[in-house]
Design a protein around this ligand. Structure first.
Ligand SMILES: Nc1ncnc2c1ncn2[C@@H]1O[C@H](COP(=O)(O)OP(=O)(O)OP(=O)(O)O)[C@@H](O)[C@H]1O
Length: 342
């Protein structure tokens, strides 16, 4: 049993405010709300595995939070990394990065191939897919048509998405090109809070299969039977939003309602799981597609890391507090990851 690894990242400020009554202060792995004169406000202080301040790079977030999940995925453990936070707090920046500062997904893809190169005694088969949940419907970003994908569960495969296109890949460049082609199909939209707001949850998935290459006396390889299969999910969630702040109406309003509803279900699942043990009761994974897909990552057979992104501005204090409370509860969840060998 191991706890989910949870970190918080504070994005650089985008609004200039002349007079702040309060501000967030980051010290080591603690974030607290302080009055302008510096006195801490009692009861509003949270500690996490890591807290990344405004000057931190994606590479540092990757090294401290996600690298271990990636290495374990290559070794046969399921892994999930996801970004959670209010709209415009830096989730997409963290997962997808910028030209100068590649994101967690790009860094992970490169690292997977480096890890594989170092495991010369095993041979690998890698398959990638890229999907989004938009208005509670599942779309294939690598095969865009109107076909809506369905989630199923079987004893052999666990929870899976039927009909999802999977591409066999051999290099990091090939994967990054596929992601780029999928990005074109992703739903973004402009709101008052973010000129390019993700209107869907996206899940980049890699299935990693490997088996031992045994060297025979003659020096040839002969493979033993045991196959390891792990699933790695890298998830960029749409952001929770206050309709008043985003100024959403029409299509944006409909999207916002779906986003908020599925994040509410995610919050309910996290709440239930953080109760732990016997009091836990029914966990409502089935109440949204997002929690159904993330089910193994939340209280199941997977190594999971969560990056919770927050905005530093005073106008966002309530949303930031909500995200920190979500992160605190997520920190209490235990998973039970094991190598998937058959
Ligand atoms: N750590 C950072 N360093 C520099 N710029 C950042 C950082 N985090 C976010 N930004 C910038 O802030 C803006 C909003 O970030 P981003 O789009 O990643 O937010 P988001 O949480 O994904 O929002 P939404 O939920 O609306 O999609 C973008 O212009 C982004 O480039």
């Amino acid at each position: 049993m191991e706890k989910i690894c949870v970190a918080v990242r504070v994005r650089p400020p985008t609004l200039q405010q002349s007079h702040n009554e309060t501000h967030w202060k980051v010290e080591d792995n603690r974030i607290s709300l302080h009055k302008s004169l510096g006195t801490p406000i009692s009861g509003i202080s949270f500690a996490f595995d890591h807290i990344f301040d405004q000057i931190c790079t994606n590479q540092r977030v990757y090294d401290l939070l996600t690298k271990d999940v990636i290495r374990a995925a290559v070794e046969g453990f399921n892994g999930t990394a996801f970004a959670y936070g209010q709209t415009s707090s830096g989730k997409t920046y963290t997962m997808n990065g910028s030209e100068k500062d590649p994101g967690i997904i790009q860094l992970a893809v490169k690292d997977i191939f480096l890890n594989i190169q170092m495991m010369a005694t095993r041979e690998f088969l890698l398959r990638v897919s890229y999907m989004e949940i938009y208005n509670e419907e599942l779309n294939d970003l690598l095969a865009p048509d109107d076909k809506k994908l369905q989630i199923h569960e079987s004893l052999e495969r666990g929870i899976f998405v039927a009909g999802l296109r999977e591409e066999i890949v051999n290099s990091a460049d090939q994967v990054l090109k596929l992601i780029e082609s999928g990005e074109v199909n992703r739903h973004f939209g402009e709101t008052n809070m973010n000129a390019r707001s993700s209107r869907s949850h996206t899940i980049f998935r890699m299935v990693i299969e490997s088996k031992d290459k045994d060297i025979t006396i003659s020096g040839d390889y002969s493979s033993s039977d045991a196959i390891r299969v792990s699933v790695l999910n890298l998830v960029d969630l749409a952001g929770s939003e206050r309709i008043v702040k985003t100024g959403a109406d029409g299509v944006r309003l409909k999207e916002g309602k779906h986003i908020n509803k599925s994040l509410l279900v995610l919050g309910n699942v996290i709440n239930k799981l953080s109760d732990g043990g016997k009091q836990r009761g029914h966990v409502p994974y089935r109440d949204s597609k997002l929690t159904r897909i993330l089910q193994p990552a939340l209280g199941g057979n997977a190594k999971t890391s969560i990056i919770c992104t927050v905005a530093p501005e005073e106008v966002h204090i309530e949303e930031t507090r909500g995200t920190l409370q979500f992160a605190s509860r997520a920190k209490r969840i235990t998973n039970c990851a094991q190598v998937n060998e058959r």
